[in-house]
Design a binder for this molecule. Structure first.
Ligand SMILES: *Cc1c(COP(=O)(O)O)cnc(C)c1O
Length: 403
């Protein structure tokens, strides 16, 4: 570790609340698939800042648009209209196939908005305040009190009870456990079509179909959280589009602003007409000119460069590399995922965290997920040569753990 890093770490650690276990690396910049730290060392990025930097580092077209917007106006408030807001909303409706958008500042806030929408819809329909929500075990929806209430991971929840009431948990990909949790007060069912933090678990077609049918029969709103798996990452704009199963409410964030902090919840016309009314919801920053310009630009670039198509075409090569690693090392149990959202599950004998740490020191940025999984979320611009390089570095790391 270099001197610049040590100094910077000491300064940060003295003044920041310690809720993260950070790696001893400080990034200073980068280009495309490569990041560079303050010491000048280069790294191959297979994390995208946790699924955010879809275009990699410092994309010229994207950066120019943001700089242009900064010079025009960054903030005006939601008392007025502006061009980027209209443009971003139109593009997001188009790519999602849903109708009405509300912009937030984060993923967790998108979940908050989705939950409020479902509650309001139920209240309009029944006149009652006794709604319930069904979420999945092993899910992740964010760190605010509302989003934590539907997050099915005990370690995140336990220190913060009491949370929002009326939430019950079912098993992901187990339709009968969802059916068993439904009551006549259920207002919404929420899940990730491809669980991310929980360990890279894709929904089965039967589960998607079954839950949709159940929701239709019982007048329950279906919320898909595509904050991590959306926006081209799995090979279509949204993952649900590959299943042919549409939600009533969609949450999206992470890659939405190409690096700027923005999320959204998007609903059908029918939900919009029967839920939130003027005065029911709001945000000072949400939908500001800078972040919505980033959304409009991200969605434009995703479409124009056909990155969902590129992911779909190149992902089999990525999977070949993962298959080779799985065959080569007996402690790699399996690989799974969709598109550029993949995980390698390891035996308990080898810690995924230790593998990620070692890979970082050798210039490869990876992530972990629950269940001893090495998670990979490369920028959507990744090419075959990047997967070759990833395999080469990771293979060297794993070989050391095999000793
Ligand atoms: C990251 C994530 C969130 C939370 O988003 P924040 O921007 O961190 O609040 C919610 N749901 C899923 C699936 C996520 O991956």
């Amino acid at each position: 570790m270099g001197e610049k890093t040590t100094e910077l770490m000491a300064k940060a650690d003295e003044h920041l609340i310690r809720v993260y276990n950070r790696f001893p690396v400080a990034f200073a910049g980068g280009k495309g698939m490569m990041l560079v730290d303050v010491e000048g060392k280069e790294y191959l990025d297979f994390a995208s800042g946790i699924g955010v930097n879809a275009f990699g580092a410092n994309d010229e077209e994207f950066t120019d648009a943001i700089c242009d917007q900064v010079k025009r106006v960054c903030h005006t408030s939601n008392l007025y209209y502006h061009e980027p807001l209209a443009e971003a909303a139109q593009r997001l409706s188009e790519v999602s196939g849903l109708d009405k958008v509300f912009f937030t500042n984060s993923g967790a806030e998108a979940i908050e908005g989705a939950l409020k929408t479902a509650k309001r819809y139920y209240y309009n329909r029944t006149g009652k305040n006794d709604d319930e929500v069904i979420a999945m075990r092993n899910s992740f929806h964010g760190r605010t009190v509302g989003s934590l209430s539907v997050t099915g991971t005990d370690a995140y929840r336990n220190p913060f009870y009491p949370l929002m009431g009326g939430v019950s948990f079912a098993d992901f990909n187990d339709l009968s456990s969802v059916e068993a949790a439904v009551t006549d007060r259920t207002c919404a069912i929420i899940f990730e079509p491809l669980q991310g933090e929980g360990g890279i678990h894709p929904a089965t077609q039967e589960f998607m179909d079954g839950v949709r049918k159940l929701c239709d029969e019982k007048n329950i709103l279906l919320i898909f959280d595509e904050i991590q798996c959306g926006l081209g990452r799995t090979g279509s704009f949204y993952t649900f589009q590959q299943y042919g199963v549409k939600p009533d409410i969609l949450t999206t964030a992470k890659a939405l602003g190409g690096g700027l902090p923005v999320g959204a919840f998007v609903v059908t016309e029918q939900v919009a007409a029967n839920s939130l009314k003027p005065g029911d919801h709001g945000s000072t920053y949400g939908g500001n000119p800078l972040c919505t310009r980033a959304v409009a630009e991200s969605l434009r670039l995703l479409s124009e460069r056909n990155l969902p198509g590129h992911v779909k075409e190149t992902a089999p090569y990525f999977e070949e590399k993962l298959e080779e690693l799985t065959r080569k090392f007996s402690f790699v149990k399996e690989y799974r995922g969709m598109g550029y959202m993949q995980g390698l599950e390891l035996d308990a004998a080898v810690s995924a965290g230790a593998v990620v740490k070692e890979a970082l020191s050798r210039g490869l940025i990876l992530l972990t997920a629950e269940g001893n999984v090495v998670r990979m979320l490369p920028p959507l611009i990744a090419q075959k040569a990047d997967f070759d390089r990833m395999e080469e570095i990771l293979s060297g790391v794993l070989a050391d753990f095999a000793k």
